[in-house]
Ligand binder design. Sequence first.
Ligand SMILES: [Zn+2]
Length: 88
Amino acid sequence: MVIEGECKGAELDKRTYLPGITIKSKCPKCGEPYEKDMSDDYLSYPRVGKPYELTAYCRNDDCGHEWPLGSVVVNLTLTVVEATAPGA
Ligand SMILES: [Zn+2]
């Protein structure tokens, strides 16, 4: 089997969790560390290869600042699994 080409825009789910990925930043206003654990948080309908804009909310209640984190892209890879069954 050979896999060719690359996915140009599979539609992912309404709640696309990415366990194992953490996005970190810092509030530009008060300096409070910011962390988005993608096993708890999700991207809503991200599209493969398309930039997805993220916004952060400061965890410091006295600040409450909201700022753009920037954009991320979901990359999907499809990999051949070596056959283990006879004749496969
Ligand atoms: Zn802040």
